[in-house]
Structure formats: C-alpha cells, structure tokens
Design a protein around this ligand. Sequence first.
Ligand SMILES: Cc1ncc(C[n+]2csc(CCOP(=O)(O)OP(=O)(O)O)c2C)c(N)n1
Ligand SMILES: [Mg+2]
Length: 411
Amino acid sequence: MLSRACIRSFGLAAVSRRQAYVAARRTVTTDAASSHAEKDDVPDDDDAPFPVKLSDESFETYELDPPPYTLDTTKRELKKMYYDMVAVRRMEMAADRLYKEKKIRGFCHLSTGQEAVAVGIEHAITPDDAIITAYRCHGFALMRGGTVRSIIGELLGRREGIAYGKGGSMHMFAKNFYGGNGIVGAQVPVGAGIAFAHQYTGSKTTTLALYGDGASNQGQVFEAFNMAKLWNLPILFGCENNKYGMGTSAARSSALTEYYKRGQYIPGLKINAMDVLAVKAAVQYGRQYTVEEKGPLVLEYVTYRYGGHSMSDPGTTYRTREEIQRMRSTNDPIAGLKQKILDWGVCSEDELKSLDKKAREDVDKEVQEAEAMDVPPTTPQVLFEDIYVRGSEPAYLRGRTPDETFYCKLP
Ligand SMILES: Cc1ncc(C[n+]2csc(CCOP(=O)(O)OP(=O)(O)O)c2C)c(N)n1
Ligand SMILES: [Mg+2]
C-alpha cells in the first residue's frame, strides 16, 4: 500500500509536471517595439543610414558571441519592411476569406502574426542565398519574389499559379526558394543538401532551413545537424517557435524548449522575432558567420501565430483567447514597427496611412486578378506536365494503369 507521504509526493510531482506544461519559458522579449533610435539621428534623406539600438532582451546565445545590438537602417528600408509585412498580412487575410468562401480547397496554413520572420530574413540576405521552409510558406514565397497574384492563384488552383496550380498552399517555389514542404521536418536535411551545394560550388552564400517547434523533435533534424557540423556547411537552421505544433504546446512536446540549444555542438541564437529589426540584425550576423566558413548555426525565432494551425482549426481549444488577444494587442510586429516609424519621425501619420492603403490596394488588385485566372484544362498533357523540369522529360510517364501511360512529345 502506498504511504500518505508517497501519495503526496506523487501528487506534487504530477502538479509540477502540469505546471511545467503551462509555463514554457520564453526569455527573450516578444515586444515588437523594443528597439530605439534617437529622433535627432534620423536624417532627412530616405537613403542615409542611421543607427537603431536593439533591446538588450532581443537575443540569447548559446556558445556564441551575440550579434551587435546596434543596426544601421534607412527610412526607405523601414517603410519597405512595413509595406512588406502589411502585404503579407493582407494576402493571408485574402486567403482566409477565399477559403471560407470555399474557393480555396484542401490544406491552407496562414502565418498571420509571424510576418516579421519572413520579412526580417529577406531584408538580411541576398537573392542568391537560399530559403527552404515547411508548409506555412506564403509569406516566404512573396518575399522571395513571388507575386500575390501567383500565390493566391496557386491557392485557387489556377494555371498561372506559382506552381501552375498543382502545388496549392504547401508547395510553392521561387528562385532560391525551395518550398513549401508538407512533411514535417523533411525540409531540414534538404536544406543541408542545398548548403552543401553552395559550399561545393564556392558560391559564398548561405541557406536558411526553417522548421517549427513541433518539427524540431524529428530525428532527421538531428541527422542534418550532424552532417552540417561535420562538413561545416553554410546553413542557418531556424526554428520558428510559435509556441504550438498543431494543438500541442511546445512545453508538452519538447523535453527542451530552448530550441536554439538543440544543436548541442552547434552554436545557437534565440531572437525576438516579433521585432523585424532584431530578425534582420540576427540573420545578417548569422549570414556573415556562415559565409566566413565558421559552420552552421541554430537560430530560434520566437514568434506567435494568431490563427489556428490550419484553416480547419479554430485555434482556441488549446490556448486561451486572452493569450491570443494579448499577443495581438501588445506584441504585433506590424503595430510595433508602425509605432517606431512614428516615434522616430521616419514619416508622418498621413504618409504611413497612404503606405497602408497602397499595400491593401496592391494586394486586393492582384487577388482579383488571381480570381479571374483560368483553371487548368483537364487533359493528360496538363496532368503529366511539370513532373520533370520542362525539356528534361523522359519518353513516357506511367499512370496508375498501363492504359494511362503518357507519352511525352519529344522536342
Ligand atoms: C512527418 C509528419 N508527421 C506529422 C505530420 C502532421 N503535422 C502537420 S503540421 C504538424 C505540426 C508541426 O508543428 P510545428 O513544427 O510547430 O509548425 P507550425 O505549424 O507551428 O508552423 C504535424 C504534426 C506531417 N505533416 N508530417
Ligand atoms: Mg509551431
């Protein structure tokens, strides 16, 4: 029989386990407006650089010197960052509407709340660097040069979609953007392969391989870490920690929620990824580190998704409405940058409003164009097209049964 003391201690253990579930420690700030610039330092000229001081709670490091806490930016860049984040959000909102109208079918994962990650990264790298991510990929596709028209067209399954209407929400590609991948974690070793190619060809570029807090527990992630370290690959592994993997909180799924330490023998950096400037500073530092052949890094972008996991998840059964509301009203990346732009006198409230209006109008116009696009004709030619790179197709492709075999027209 169990003694009372025993029962008490088991009980306590269960309680402390439960508490551990609730309180995942997030030690960097998620304040989106935590950086600081002196108004007097902001020049009149849109292209003249001025310094921004990041909050000392922007980063946490593991076996790594932190990035500089000062970042040079320009008025033009801040306005572009703002425009980009608004455009990503408007595009996601349009996808949300079209899904609810049943015009978009199948899977659809939105990144509302996480805009500072895709935008901050793009402002820190060059078009020759590579990005690969999971299914929450619309914002990355846009930042990598996809158009709203082609991304929404893809979601609608249109012929002129970014993947010719055959990929849908999870499978979008652009130059040096390797998707959009549906299998949780699978993009991480593929990212290591891209980094290997960069190293092999001596291109002095880096690869960013992004995955979620849920994906971080996949075995293949650790296999990729191992190879990357052995070969000193120029890669920035990046865990987008949005606190949940589907309906499971990070603390329930991960024995160690400090994802930036997960590389063990790979240095790591945790980033306030609600502040687009902190993301830019961290990634530009990481990029430099990897192209200087110092080896891989594991970054952790601390962020938050406002919506459910996908369109079929209301997102309110495993977290409180208060938590979502608090993040939206006090940590929003767009509102945070907006406040800084106004505080620092980067532009007037009217100019910012017209920037907002322009982003909205640009997106709405392209969404309308996407809706007007043709759906692909239902012919075998179209069905079998684009399995191979155009021009490299084999003589025939097998269908489900021999009579479905498709003979490619040889050029
Ligand atoms: C190998 C594999 N297992 C399970 C799934 C189902 N699944 C899709 S998303 C997901 C959770 C991933 O969460 P996270 O990595 O945190 O990414 P987030 O959705 O938060 O961006 C799971 C388990 C899958 N797609 N592939
Ligand atoms: Mg997650």
